[in-house]
Design a protein around this ligand. Structure first.
Ligand code: FMN
Length: 234
């Protein structure tokens, strides 16, 4: 009986706390942007070149994880899903990252090969959005990159069935130890279900934070042989 009463009291306490203000109210957190500006005349005609200038600036500024980008895909049921992956290459064919082809994102891209990439370079008050169609890169390219990775990364990629449920961490560590023992020289074959995707850009947007939230935004859309650049309201 005492246990029941205590249980009910605890449940009631937890419930009544549900809508109490959290320790730090997000509404009270505010900062100004505006260390730089972006004008139409600053922009390269080719968004790939514009991306390159900003990407180089992010790296020159020593930003941690300047290659980190949010990848958004959509499930077959239409539910958007976003997660971070790391940019591993870009050129006029598109933007490359590596992952497990049988992961959730892999299954989503198989059903709907369109996605959006987002970079947020906080210290530079810059955001870049790139969306378009996605395709797997060649198995040869994926294998070449796989073999360039550190041993630990290769082992993890080879044993992990990314996005599947696992009982505990120990199970994964055991799989790594087994694979490591099987290939003492570290010559782990590139897994068939692991590799790169490339997003071919169909739309870009460059955002620069400005004072008073009157930010600068420009989008690039395909327009025949060239890209059409438009300023967007913030
Ligand atoms: C900084 C950072 C970098 C990441 N890089 C990658 C990556 O390059 N490839 C990858 O598959 N997952 C990467 N992840 C993990 C993904 O965010 C995600 O958890 C994983 O890919 C499973 O996603 P999914 O279940 O939607 O397929 C990274 C996570 C973080 C926070």
């Amino acid at each position: 009986m005492l246990v029941l009463v205590l249980g009910l009291a605890f449940a009631n306490l937890a419930f009544s706390n549900e809508h109490k203000p959290v320790a730090r109210n997000p509404e009270d957190i505010r900062r100004e942007y505006g260390s730089a500006s972006l004008s139409r005349s600053d922009l390269e005609a080719d968004p790939l070149a514009q991306f390159g200038i900003w990407f180089d600036a992010a790296n020159a500024a020593g930003l941690v994880d300047a290659t980190a980008m949010t990848l958004a895909t959509v499930t077959e049921a239409g539910l958007p899903q976003a997660r971070i992956v790391l940019l591993k290459g870009y050129d006029d064919r598109g933007y490359v990252w590596y992952t497990d082809y049988a992961s959730d994102k892999g299954r989503e891209l198989a059903a709907n090969p369109r996605a959006s990439l987002l970079f947020y370079w906080r210290e530079l008050e810059r955001q870049v959005r790139i969306s378009g169609s996605v395709a797997k890169i060649s198995a040869e390219e994926s294998a070449a990159y796989f073999h360039s990775r550190p041993l630990d990364s290769r082992l993890s990629a080879a044993v992990s069935e990314q996005s599947r449920v696992v009982g505990d961490r120990r199970e994964l560590e055991d799989r790594v130890a087994e694979l490591n023992a099987r290939y003492p020289n570290g010559d782990i074959p590139a897994p068939a279900n692991w590799g790169g995707y490339r997003l071919s850009a169909e739309r870009y947007e460059f955002w620069q934070g400005r004072t008073g939230r009157l930010h600068d935004r420009f989008c690039y859309l395909p327009g025949g042989d060239d890209w059409v650049i438009e300023r967007l309201q913030p």
